[in-house]
Design a protein around this ligand. Structure first.
Ligand SMILES: N[C@@H](CCC(=O)N[C@@H](CS)C(=O)NCC(=O)O)C(=O)O
Length: 60
C-alpha cells in the first residue's frame, strides 16, 4: 500500500498536528520537509495544488 506523503516546512506549525496524528496512531507516512525561507520553496509552491502547505499526497 502507498505511504501517505506529508509536505510541510521544517517547523511545527499546521503540519505538526498531522505528523502527531500519524505518529500517535502508528501510521507510516513520509515526512517531507522544506526549509522555511529556503530557495526550494518558490519552485515547489508552483506545483502544490493550492500553492500552500501542509499538503498531503495519498495514492497519487
Ligand atoms: N490553507 C490553509 C493555510 C495554509 C497556510 O497558510 N500555509 C502556510 C504555512 S502555515 C504556507 O504555505 N505559507 C507559504 C506560502 O503561502 O507561500 C488554511 O486555510 O488553513
Amino acid at each position: 500500500m502507498a505511504v501517505p506523503q506529508l509536505y510541510y516546512f521544517d517547523l511545527r506549525g499546521f503540519g505538526e498536528y498531522i505528523r502527531l496524528l500519524y505518529l500517535d496512531n502508528k501510521i507510516e507516512f513520509e515526512d517531507i520537509r522544506y526549509n522555511t525561507g529556503g530557495e526550494e520553496w518558490p519552485e515547489v509552491k508552483k506545483k502544490m495544488i493550492f500553492g500552500q502547505m501542509p499538503a498531503l499526497k495519498h495514492n497519487g
